[in-house]
Design a protein around this ligand. Structure first.
Ligand SMILES: C[C@](O)(CO)[C@H](O)COP(=O)(O)OP(=O)(O)OC[C@H]1O[C@@H](n2ccc(N)nc2=O)[C@H](O)[C@@H]1O
Ligand SMILES: Nc1ncnc2c1ncn2[C@@H]1O[C@H](COP(=O)(O)OP(=O)(O)OP(=O)(O)O)[C@@H](O)[C@H]1O
Length: 267
């Protein structure tokens, strides 16, 4: 059985307050995008994990795929499984790739091994893995608050537009990005996002991380500006960066003219 854990973008991100546990309350819109890894599960005498594609830093036992498996293993009798991850989504990017892999492992094992967990129960497991993880259980456009785990579906459909993701070589550490932020109340309520036309989002919607990440890495800001020059209706950094996305009605053919050489563009 094979599934394709997709990335997310954050359309707007307000860091609202710092919590006692060191985490931050935020408000954001999570939107699922096409860019995806591949995850395959098969029967095996012994449980085995294998990886291909982009090399993920850190020990295999720290891979979120393994963490998700271990969480279920501690509560259920699982048969031997062969789990393979092919990594495509860049990490340190604010695209939630690791969280998506973990959420898809939970869903995949639930189905493959008929564990009978419902979506609320799967989200509880997901929350133990990471703040971004619960979103990928239902994986549909959502307004999120809390640490990103309190989710409400929102009617936003960008299927008629082209979403382009640009990932510079820089990786931004999520804990560092949060450490540098001064939380504040948002001036625009993202829950109202679907009430304003896409062309006007740039006047209302902000990602608070841009304020601290752009001065440190001007290259990321340059990419956002390049996307607007290319005709994006809306462009912003996703999550804590370093990926930047642009939403286009029509993407120009000559994208190389606008962006630095050798940079990765995902469509
Ligand atoms: C930046 C975002 O991608 C926006 O969607 C997320 O808030 C990050 O979510 P994530 O990568 O799943 O985060 P986790 O793996 O749970 O946490 C990594 C670190 O980020 C910080 N963190 C994360 C989420 C949050 N709401 N407040 C935080 O302060 C904490 O220092 C935490 O130790
Ligand atoms: N399956 C995995 N895919 C990617 N990274 C993983 C995975 N498992 C563990 N990691 C670790 O998590 C770190 C960040 O991964 P992830 O892709 O979730 O972060 P990100 O791109 O910054 O997204 P976000 O901040 O939005 O969650 C990596 O540096 C890596 O060490």
């Amino acid at each position: 059985m094979i599934v394709f854990p997709n990335a997310k973008i954050n359309i707007g991100l307000n860091v609202v307050s710092r919590r006692e546990d060191g985490y931050h309350n935020l408000e954001t819109i999570f939107y699922p995008v096409k860019l995806a890894d591949a995850l395959e599960i098969a029967d095996s005498d012994e449980t085995e994990f294998s990886y291909s594609g982009l090399h993920i830093d850190g020990a295999p036992e720290n891979n979120l795929v393994y963490k998700a498996y271990s969480l279920l293993k501690s509560d259920f009798e699982l048969p031997g499984l062969n789990i393979h991850l092919h990594k495509v989504i860049p990490f340190g990017a604010g695209l939630g790739g690791g969280s998506s892999d973990a959420a898809f492992v939970l869903k995949l094992i639930n189905e493959y091994c008929s564990l009978g967990l419902n979506s609320t129960e799967l989200k509880q497991y997901a929350k133990e893995i990471g703040a971004d993880c619960p979103f990928f259980i239902e994986n549909k456009a959502s307004f999120a608050r809390g640490i990103g785990d309190q989710l409400e579906p929102i009617q936003i459909d960008l299927s008629k537009f082209e979403i382009v993701i640009v990932k510079p070589q820089i990786s931004v550490s999520t804990p560092d990005a949060y450490r540098n932020i001064k939380p504040s109340q948002p001036s625009f309520n993202l829950k109202e996002l679907n009430k304003i036309p896409l062309e006007e989002w740039r006047d209302f919607v902000v990602n608070d991380f841009e304020k601290t990440v752009f001065p440190k890495y001007p290259e990321i800001q340059n990419i956002k500006e390049a996307l607007y020059k290319m005709g994006a209706l809306y462009a912003a950094m996703s999550g804590s960066g370093s990926a930047v996305f642009g939403i286009f009605r029509h993407l120009p053919a000559n994208t190389d003219k606008f962006l630095p050489k050798g940079i990765f563009i995902y469509r």
